[in-house]
Design a protein around this ligand. Structure first.
Ligand code: HEC
Ligand code: HEC
Ligand code: HEC
Ligand code: HEC
Ligand code: HEC
Ligand code: HEC
Ligand code: HEC
Length: 471
């Protein structure tokens, strides 16, 4: 990885000496940088909470290749980063330490040295193969549903293949809508009949048409793709790559955890040092529902009711009203469940993270429908029973923790065969549990209701003609 054995040896001895010196000279008049952070931490951690100012070490039990090891080197990062939240129960600090994800030199107590080769965001797609995506972690499994790095780097949210193809086709740069380019390049060795085998990186060249340059400038560099840093604006702060969804950011971009080295005043930091799969709508909305692109003018029109156009919603506004206002842009049409539920209550992991294939556009990849949960006048929603102990639905439920799912439970299935573990069959009815707050809902069926829908009009735009919520 980042550190050669020789480097390691030099830093090991240098850092051990430093650490030793620090421990042997508590009377030293010169305060070490880390001692200052610990003082700040103990002073702010609450009334009367004191603690020993001391070097803190973790000896992780995983090596840099993600495999268990007997001789891992101690890591002293927590000496400065005291109070930092554990990243998640699946990555316990005593097993993982820090270096396995962040790189850096674990034995150093000097900031610059410790941060040598540091990956500030291990989830960024450019460096994820050395971190989240190292073999045995989120890549390299025989079970493809565990190879998350492959899925994400081929997803439309990362490539935007359909959008690029549409623009190029509209302006005559290509003959049909078949995508050839992505924001990042990607290859799928086992394409389906409906998906692309490969995408080249989209770059502006001498032969590009003028609107393409405008498109790249106004749209692709506009901060909505997984590889792009976010616009530094309230509501838009987020990280890149895996962390764009799994590390939550407050709308004002401020850190509210306990690590004294992380600024609480400067926006642009995660809310806390924590990974989650219980992703609230507000996180997806750091990119989604922020405004509209015009193909005609190649410009982005931000929604008029939130920053940067309008002031943020006052912190005093009650949660319910706030949610209704923040969820969709003013022109949006939606039913009650579309703003009461969170995006991940309806959209599957494959829709959000990708399924490992290069789908040509948003329309072909997005498949959950209103009738997936509500059925139609003649059909009840499709359901199935959990019979396989390795069903990914069980994994999702366990990681989420807001709802429980067991072998033998009946759940709704999508047209691509995934089980929606949070929408469960109970006594002939369907109940749904919110993945973000655990709230329980009864899902009303269309069958047996007075619904006036037409059998061949199942898209939401038809439903919205009769079922629209007024703000
Ligand atoms: C001597 C104190 C010190 C030590 C030791 C230290 N850090 Fe830091 N770290 C800081 C400070 C202070 C910051 C805040 C940013 C800055 O001042 O550069 C920081 C920032 C960071 C960041 C955010 C960087 C960014 O650009 O956003 C990461 C990630 C990080 N440290 C990880 C580590 C890891 C991993 C280790 C151990 C290998 C480590 N740190 C050891 C003091 C330290
Ligand atoms: C499972 C991987 C993982 C482990 C283990 C891990 N981190 Fe992180 N860390 C992340 C991710 C992902 C981010 C989010 C980066 C972002 O939001 O830009 C992050 C962010 C940070 C930040 C920057 C926060 C900021 O304000 O930008 C610091 C500091 C940090 N980690 C320190 C540590 C230290 C110290 C340890 C060990 C105790 C550690 N991390 C363990 C994945 C990890
Ligand atoms: C666009 C949003 C998004 C991005 C980006 C993303 N994820 Fe996910 N991830 C999700 C959603 C949604 C779920 C499912 C949550 C649920 O329904 O419980 C999920 C679930 C997971 C799970 C748990 C389920 C399982 O299959 O084990 C893991 C692990 C995971 N993601 C890892 C990653 C990694 C690694 C990356 C980066 C390579 C990444 N994710 C990028 C949205 C995202
Ligand atoms: C980093 C910005 C970003 C984040 C965060 C993000 N998305 Fe997206 N998402 C996009 C972009 C860009 C597209 C457009 C792809 C296209 O038009 O080809 C997209 C498309 C989609 C699609 C339709 C295409 C598909 O692949 O299924 C769904 C569904 C979706 N996102 C759901 C989510 C959910 C749910 C979350 C939160 C868990 C989320 N997104 C978070 C940027 C983001
Ligand atoms: C109540 C369930 C529900 C919720 C909640 C929900 N969606 Fe959807 N979404 C759908 C359905 C159903 C469709 C298919 C639309 C249709 O049938 O016309 C869809 C379509 C989409 C599309 C594709 C639209 C297109 O133009 O092709 C995207 C992107 C998307 N949703 C993102 C999101 C995001 C982001 C959130 C959260 C902010 C969210 N959805 C919340 C059910 C939901
Ligand atoms: C993942 C499951 C799921 C999907 C997909 C879904 N719904 Fe719902 N729907 C629910 C739940 C749960 C409720 C009950 C909400 C409550 O009781 O507060 C509900 C309630 C409703 C109601 C009755 C409440 C009202 O607004 O009067 C209507 C109508 C409705 N949904 C229409 C739709 C439409 C249209 C779509 C597609 C855009 C859709 N639903 C997609 C789960 C879903
Ligand atoms: C022409 C108008 C119309 C259209 C289009 C329509 N509905 Fe309805 N729907 C109704 C009416 C009227 C009711 C009965 C309302 C009641 O009983 O309060 C109803 C009832 C429902 C219910 C049961 C609500 C409950 O609380 O029991 C659901 C779910 C529902 N519709 C979903 C849909 C979906 C999904 C679509 C689109 C595929 C759709 N509807 C299209 C008029 C319509």
């Amino acid at each position: 990885m980042i550190m050669t054995t020789r480097h390691a040896a030099i830093f090991l001895s240098a850092s051990l000496l430093l650490a030793l010196a620090a421990m042997l000279m508590p009377w030293s008049p010169v305060e070490q940088e880390w001692q200052g952070y610990q003082r700040t931490y103990f002073a702010s951690a609450g009334t009367g909470v004191g603690g020993e100012i001391a070097v803190r070490q973790v000896i992780p039990r995983l090596g840099p290749d993600g495999q268990p090891t007997a001789k891992a080197a101690p890591e002293l990062c927590l000496t400065c980063h005291i109070g930092l939240e554990e990243i998640s129960p699946s990555h316990p600090v005593e097993t993982f330490g820090c270096v396995i994800c962040h790189a850096g030199l674990g034995l150093a107590l000097d900031k610059e040295q410790a941060h040598t080769g540091l990956l500030a965001n291990p989830g960024d797609l450019s460096t994820a193969p050395e971190s989240c995506g190292q073999s045995g972690c989120h890549a390299g499994h025989p079970d493809p549903s565990r190879n998350h790095l492959e899925q994400v780097t081929r997803s439309l949210q990362a490539t935007y293949a359909g959008g690029i193809a549409l623009v190029r086709y509209t302006f005559g740069a290509q003959k049909d809508l078949a995508p050839a380019y992505g924001v990042i390049g990607a290859v799928d060795p086992q394409p389906l009949s409906q998906t692309m085998p490969a995408l080249a990186v989209y770059t502006i060249t001498q032969s590009s048409l003028p609107p393409e340059g405008q498109f790249v400038q106004n749209c692709l560099d506009g901060g909505c793709h997984l590889t792009e840093p976010a616009a530094k604006q309230p509501y838009r702060y987020r990280a890149t790559g895996c962390a764009a969804c799994h590390i939550l950011y407050n709308d004002d971009g401020r850190y509210t955890g306990a690590d004294p080295t992380i600024s609480r005043d400067e926006p642009g930091h995660p809310a806390r040092h924590q990974l989650t799969t219980a992703i609230p709508f507000s996180q997806c909305n750091h990119c989604h529902n922020r405004g509209n692109y015009s193909l005609r003018s190649m410009a982005f029109t931000p929604r008029p009711d939130l920053p940067p156009v309008s002031a943020p919603i006052p912190a005093t506004m009650p949660a319910e009203g706030r949610r209704l206002r923040e969820y969709y842009q003013p022109i949006g049409q939606f039913t009650k469940c579309e703003w009461e539920l969170d995006c991940i209550d309806c959209h599957t992991q494959a829709e959000a993270m990708g399924d490992g294939h290069l789908w040509p556009d948003q329309k072909s990849m997005q498949y959950v429908q209103c009738r997936t949960c509500h059925g139609t006048l003649t059909e009840a929603p499709a359901t199935a029973t959990i019979t396989d102990p390795d069903d990914p639905a069980l994994r999702l439920a366990r990681l989420n923790g807001h709802y429980s799912l067991q072998m033998g439970d009946g759940v709704v299935v999508t047209e691509r065969g995934e089980k929606l573990g949070s929408v469960q069959r109970r006594d002939g009815r369907l109940v749904q549990f919110g993945k973000v707050d655990g709230r329980e809902y009864a899902v009303p069926p269309v069958q047996g209701s007075q619904c006036q829908q037409q059998p061949n009009q199942q898209e939401s735009r038809y439903c919205h003609q009769c079922h629209t919520y007024e703000r």
